[in-house]
Every structure is written in C-alpha cells, then in structure tokens.
Design a protein around this ligand. Structure first.
Ligand SMILES: [Fe+2]
Ligand SMILES: [Fe+2]
Length: 212
C-alpha cells in the first residue's frame, strides 16, 4: 500500500489570493473586503479534496483494537463497493463514512455526511449519516444495547439501502487478509466528487435508490 498523504505531501493550489481585510469586526467590512474574502474562500474550497485525502490518511493512526486500522477499514469498505460495481458517489461515501471517528466519535456518521452532502446524491448522504445506528445491529446486544434501534427508520425510503451498505461494505470490512486497494487508487474519485458544484440540484437530488 502506498503511504497515505500528509499535509506536507499534498500540493497546495497554485496562485492563492493574497491580502487581508481592513476590518476587525465584520460589521465594519467593505465590499472590497468581502470580495477579497470571497476569493480566499473559493481558493480554499478548491483544496477540499486535498484536505479530505490528508484526513483519510490520518486514519492510519486512529481508533485501535481492530485487526485493521481505521484507514484500512475505510479502504476495504470502498474497495468492496468498487469491486461490486458501485458508482462514484457510493465508493467515495464508503471511503469517507468513518472519517468522523477522530473528532466526532459520538456522532461520526453526521460528520461524514456533512462533508459529503453538498456533493452526492440524497440517499448516499442519508445512508452515511445513519450508518452508525444500522451498524449497531451487529454488536449492540453484546454491550447491553438495542440492536433493533434501526427499526425506528423501518419506513424510511433509504432504510434498506443503509442496511445493505452496512451488511456488504461496512461490517464486512475488517479483514486484514481481504482486499484493500491503496488510497491513491481512490484519489481521482475523491477529486471528482469535490470538484462538483456544491448543492447542484442535478447532483444532490434522490437517485435510483440502489447500491449497485
Ligand atoms: Fe461507522
Ligand atoms: Fe465503518
């Protein structure tokens, strides 16, 4: 497996804007100040895929106890999705679904869903946001919890998708001897997703409601 990217190995976008605003309180900002900030924000947004790749790489040193690292789990999840023929939205969702383990351990599905939501289909975001409660089916009863907690979503149109996502690409992706494609092999997909226009109605609407 190739070394995961780090903040020092990702190339910053060329020609970032320069300069700072004149205000110290936003109420005092001018049109020129906000035009400058808009250019900074657009340049920053162009670096999103790089930052996502760096954050994924950092999962190589994360939650322990499993036979694979969090990065390997994420890669195996995306690898399984890709090898089943899943499209780009699902592959990138599988790759990112546990990205929140580092900073949002009690709400990690919502963390990843928030990153993906402006760039992927509606049901993909929903599945990532709710995968934690569906995944609990596999272990909650061993810890005195309710493995049936996912039943509260039984009538939701994307519930079956989330169940299948967990069954095929999440709970099954903890095998050090299973397929684990390198992070570099997913870079084009990550860059393509985050190069989309955020909240494009042609992208973020509901799809066919299938994993593959
Ligand atoms: Fe998860
Ligand atoms: Fe997972």
């Amino acid at each position: 497996m190739s070394a995961p990217p780090t903040s020092s190995t990702v190339t910053p976008h060329p020609d970032p804007p320069t300069g700072v605003v004149g205000f110290t309180a936003m109420a005092d900002g001018t049109a020129e100040d906000y035009a400058l900030l808009d250019r900074h924000e657009r340049a920053h947004a162009r670096g999103l895929a790089d930052r996502v790749l760096v954050a994924l790489g950092a999962l190589s040193d994360s939650l322990g106890g499993y036979r694979v690292t969090r990065l390997e789990h994420s890669l195996q999840s995306a690898t399984l999705a890709r090898r089943e023929g899943a499209d780009r939205d699902w592959v990138v969702a599988a790759l990112l679904h546990d990205l929140g383990d580092e900073l949002a351990p009690s709400n990690h599905g919502a963390y990843a869903a928030s990153i993906l939501e402006p760039y992927v289909r509606e049901e993909v975001t929903w599945v990532v946001r709710h995968h934690g409660v569906f995944q609990a089916w596999y272990y909650a009863h061993h810890l005195g919890g309710d493995r049936h907690a996912r039943d509260r979503y039984r009538d939701h149109p994307w519930a079956e998708l989330c169940e299948q996502f967990c069954e095929r690409w999440d709970q099954a992706a903890f095998d050090p001897d299973g397929p684990i494609d390198p992070l570099s092999s997913f870079e084009d997909d990550v860059r393509a997703v985050f190069a989309r226009t955020p909240w494009d109605p042609a992208v973020v609407g509901p799809g066919a409601g299938r994993l593959v």
